[in-house]
Design a protein around this ligand. Structure first.
Ligand code: SAM
Length: 282
């Protein structure tokens, strides 16, 4: 029996029973490994850290796409930074109101590889006429682009390796500049029980550039250690507070197929347990 042991924390880890290794590449920007498991389907790792599993990816992708889209109410343009597996694009493009979606991914090999070996994750999103794929470092793209977006989703690796720059104040400042009025930035912000400093650091680095900074939560089995924090930043001080009736009405008017997201989950995800709330500077 072969087990894959994730190397993310130096004091704790999760392991997957590997039924079959499907792909391994050590030649590119990041080490890419894909294997089949009994419980989570196909698992993609980059530099030894789990990025996506076909079993539970829907939770993560739905919560980073649909919460800001329904809270905003009129998203037409979106940018995904990272997200080379295409799952975030897939969820965003479910919304008929989206006219344009730009994917800014640093590693072209991830996109090509996921097209071939994880086609159900992107489900045609890379070839959607509304999609533009840019192979570039997200920090360079955000510093130099003249584009403006209603929504920016930072679907990055953890703040180690190439994803580190996507957790800096300079990047958040440039995201703020690239938003249309009322626009929203969301990101994967780690598992607070194990990576609590990511909540504190993100709040401090965003506060100077956005009127509203906060967090919401999702429980994703393979991002182990309890709730995962999803970061929220906007010039709008009202979008995060959009009430249940308004969210229900927007979902009823423009529904999309989901397996995790509901209007009740949307509202409830902003309720923070005290140990997470206490990570936010007073
Ligand atoms: N859901 C995943 C997680 O939290 O573990 C993230 C998955 S997604 C595949 C992460 C992507 O971010 C990878 O494809 C990686 O190549 C990309 N990435 C990392 N650093 C980046 C950067 N600076 N600019 C753009 N993309 C980046």
């Amino acid at each position: 029996m072969t087990w894959f042991r994730e190397r993310l924390y130096d004091h704790w880890n999760q392991s997957f029973l590997v039924v079959r290794e499907l792909y391994r590449s050590r030649d590119g920007l990041q080490d890419i490994v894909l294997f089949e498991t009994p419980g989570f389907g196909r698992v993609l790792t980059l530099d030894g850290v789990v990025q996506v599993t076909t079993g539970d990816e829907f939770i993560y992708h739905e919560m980073l796409a649909h919460v800001p889209i329904y809270a905003h109410g009129k998203v037409r343009s979106a940018c995904v930074v990272g997200g080379g597996d295409g799952g975030m694009l897939r969820e965003i493009l479910k919304h008929a109101g989206i006219a344009r979606a730009v994917l800014v991914e640093i590693d072209g090999a991830v996109v090509e590889f996921c097209r071939q070996y994880l086609p159900d994750v992107s489900a045609g999103a890379f070839d959607d006429p509304r999609t533009e794929i840019v192979i570039a470092d997200g920090i360079d793209y955000m510093r130099t682009t003249a584009e403006r977006f209603d929504l920016i989703v930072v679907d990055s690796t953890d703040p180690i390796g190439p994803g580190g720059v996507l957790f800096t104040e300079a990047f958040y400042r440039d995201c703020a500049r690239c938003l249309n009025p009322g626009g929203i930035v969301v990101n994967q912000n780690g598992v607070p029980f194990l990576q609590g400093e990511e909540v504190t650091d993100t709040w401090r680095r965003r506060r100077p550039h956005f009127a509203d900074v906060g967090f919401y939560l999702a429980a994703v089995p393979t991002y182990v250690g309890g709730f995962m924090a999803l970061g929220w930043a906007s010039a709008s001080t009202t979008a995060r507070e959009t009430g249940l009736d308004a969210i229900r009405a927007r979902v009823a008017a423009a529904p999309v197929a989901t397996r995790y997201y509901t209007p009740d989950i949307h509202r409830a995800s902003f309720a923070l347990p005290r140990y997470i709330h206490d990570l936010i500077p007073a």
